[in-house]
Design a binder for this molecule. Structure first.
Ligand code: ARG
Length: 653
């Protein structure tokens, strides 16, 4: 058990008799931010004031008097208004390091009650190029799978690819009308992607054009609204002035939107080829939907084309997964559930969970939200229907305790409705979690795009990250006091690892719910909370062992002991022992950034130790061995931690 969990248990024995729910109070026991206040701090005396009607210092003193913790900590101190400060005994730190050093798992225990998780992640829509948004789902999902599994849970990682959606209608239509046969023979996926762009461009154009009259009307209405407001409100009437400014601003925005739409339409139509194509395919929007419906209805031609396209599409995404080292236990895409959809809708109707409304079948919610449609008027099934069938399948197949959906926060409403419907349908004892994440932004604060305006292709991104990493690795090598140590080839191999690591780590180190600004420079930086910094810390540990010609196996298995003399040694030891706490935090709210934060703190503690405590030139052989053990544990913890994030280390940098 981690130190924190152990401390909480001791406090629980004292607190539980006092309150109905001790959990929130126990949550207030935390590692302290400053060693002045001990290693851990319990701030629960203050909120207990309301319950016990005593002053918090007294409460704290009472708790301390009852606490059975002297095997673990020095005598606790009550400080300030009623903080309880705890300092772990050095002998406990040493004993725990001793256990970690001899254990493959660094003495991280497996959970006592393993659960079965399904993790739904990555899930790109195939036949469309993958983009930077997909990397977040892939990387966060992969880290969760690895961490939960390491903790002893049973995990099914499932890539719920979009292989059955309307994009296939576009591709089928494109294939039938605009195929460049030699291009298809040479590179099927590239040609399919082109066809997708051609047709989706036409469809968006048609749709945009259809919205023009509405947009014009909106502008006119807003003009009237503005002209109805007093044009020169008296200076003391702030409200009127504000209202006018607001209405004018809205008008400007609408006008801008209209202008941009008109320009886009004009621009496209001035392209002769595009205009001619459009004229010949005026019905494209409807036709594309019809292609999708025919595919779903089992049309021979469309189905066999789809079967022909799919392997190439899958190979295309697999290439990316291979490059970033991500694998899945299952890839059960939307098409896999097709045969279940009719049954799902029938069952929802029969159980009164869904109702017919205007020919469509819908699930309604009390809060006045829009209903969730599970079958359209024309008989088509939707994303939501497939997701319901997927829950049914997963529950039948794996009986999970939890299903985690690592998906963009923009799909929040979909998942709220989906989970509510699933509960009504009887799946009420499974934890359904939308593990949502924010948007990746460019340096301009808008969703990340390349100069050409396309959302950046994932592979271009990987290439660029590796290029940037190569520059950093080379510069670092050139700057070594004794001259460069790496060949060009070695630098390249290192850059491959460092570049991918940087990309993943940048994603994982941000609280997943916030948007973050994508910056190659920052992500490969040698300083700061980056993979590069962590890999460098690891390489430094390895360098000590190379330089000292130390046999690690012998060291680990030997009987040299860890001694905690200097403050930096003790601080490093404590950090090392908090690895399990970081993993528990990741598992508690499905946020890998708890682990990156921890690793960063560990690397910093190591850096201080490295600067203040000579290892190879220690004062005595015993001190040397002790410090080597601390360094080795640091290296192993960084390596294990990064591995749980799907990130590799390099021996040299
Ligand atoms: N293919 C979807 C998209 O890219 C994500 C699917 C997420 N998983 C799910 N079960 N809905 O938007």
């Amino acid at each position: 058990m981690s130190l924190l969990a152990e401390i909480k248990q001791r406090f629980a024995a004292v607190i539980e008799p006092l309150v109905d729910d001790a959990v929130p109070l126990l949550e207030m026991i935390r590692p302290s931010g400053d060693p002045k206040f001990g290693d851990y701090q319990a701030n629960l005396a203050m909120p207990l004031k309301a319950v016990l009607g005593k002053n918090p210092r007294e409460i704290a003193a009472d708790i301390v008097a009852q606490l059975a913790i002297d095997d673990l900590c020095e005598p606790p101190e009550v400080a300030g208004p009623g903080f309880i400060n705890l300092r772990i005994k050095d002998s406990v730190l040493v004993a725990r390091l001793e256990a970690a050093r001899r254990d493959q798992r660094l003495a991280i225990p497996r959970v006592e009650a393993p659960r079965t998780f399904v993790v739904d992640y990555s899930a790109p829509n195939v036949a469309k190029p993958m983009h930077v948004g997909h990397i977040r789902s892939t990387v966060i999902g992969d880290a969760l799978v690895r961490t939960l599994r390491f903790l002893g849970h049973s995990v099914q990682g499932d890539n719920h690819i979009g292989d059955w959606g309307t994009q296939f209608g576009m591709i089928l239509y494109g294939y039938k009308h605009f195929l460049d046969q030699p291009a298809f023979a040479a590179s099927p996926v590239a040609e399919l992607a082109r066809l997708y762009r051609v047709v989706s461009g036409m469809v968006s154009h048609v749709k945009l054009k259809q919205t023009l009259p509405q947009l014009r009307e909106k502008v006119q209405r807003q003009e009237v609204l503005v002209s109805d407001l007093p044009a020169d409100p008296p200076p003391n009437d702030k409200k009127a002035a504000k209202a006018l400014a607001k209405a004018q601003r809205q008008l400007q925005e609408l006008e801008k939107e209209l202008r941009e739409a008109e320009q886009a339409i004009e621009g496209a139509e001035s392209d002769r080829e595009f205009a001619a194509r459009l004229a010949a395919h005026a019905d494209v929007a409807r036709a594309v939907l019809a292609e999708t419906s025919m595919l779903h209805a089992g049309d021979q031609v469309n189905l066999s084309l789809w079967k022909q396209f799919l392997p190439a599409c899958l190979e295309d995404i697999d290439r990316v997964y291979r490059r970033i080292g991500v694998t899945f236990d299952h890839t059960l895409g939307e098409s896999f559930y097709h045969d279940r959809l009719a049954g799902v809708v029938d069952d929802l109707l029969a159980k009164g969970i869904a109702q017919e409304s205007d020919g469509a079948v819908c699930v309604f919610f009390d809060d006045g939200d829009v209903p969730m449609i599970v079958r359209k008027q024309d008989g088509a099934y939707l994303y939501a229907t497939t997701d319901l069938a997927t829950i049914q399948y997963r529950m039948e197949t794996w009986r999970p305790a939890a299903i985690l959906y690592v998906v963009d926060h923009r799909q929040s409403l979909h998942f709220t409705h989906l989970f509510e419907t699933a509960r009504r349908w009887g799946y009420d004892d499974v934890e359904l979690q939308h593990v949502k994440f924010g948007t990746v932004l460019g340096e301009d604060g808008r969703p990340f795009k390349t100069r050409s305006g396309d959302t950046v292709g994932l592979e271009g991104l990987l290439d660029e990250a590796i290029d940037k990493a190569l520059a950093v690795v080379s510069a670092n090598d050139e700057a070594k006091p004794t001259g460069p140590e790496l060949s060009i080839d070695e630098r390249r191999q290192i850059a491959d690892v460092v570049g991918i690591a940087a990309l993943k780590y940048a994603d994982l180190s941000h609280n997943r719910e916030s948007d973050y600004v994508f910056s190659f420079e920052k992500m490969v930086a040698m300083q700061g909370n980056t993979a590069t910094y962590m890999q460098y810390a690891y390489a430094r540990v390895r360098a000590i062992f190379r330089k000292g010609d130390v046999d690690v196996e012998q060291l680990r298995g030997g009987d040299a002991a860890v001694a905690l003399g200097a403050a930096a040694e003790r601080a490093l030891a404590l950090r090392l022992l908090q690895f399990g706490e970081a993993l528990d935090s990741v598992a508690a709210d499905y946020r890998p950034n708890h682990l990156t934060n921890y690793l960063f703190e560990l690397a910093e503690a190591f850096s201080t130790f490295y600067n203040e405590c000579p290892v190879l030139k220690a004062e005595s052989p015993a001190q040397r061995e002790s410090r080597l053990l601390l360094a080795d544990l640091t290296g192993r913890t960084i390596q294990q931690g990064l591995q749980l994030l799907g990130i590799e280390v390099v021996e040299q940098m």
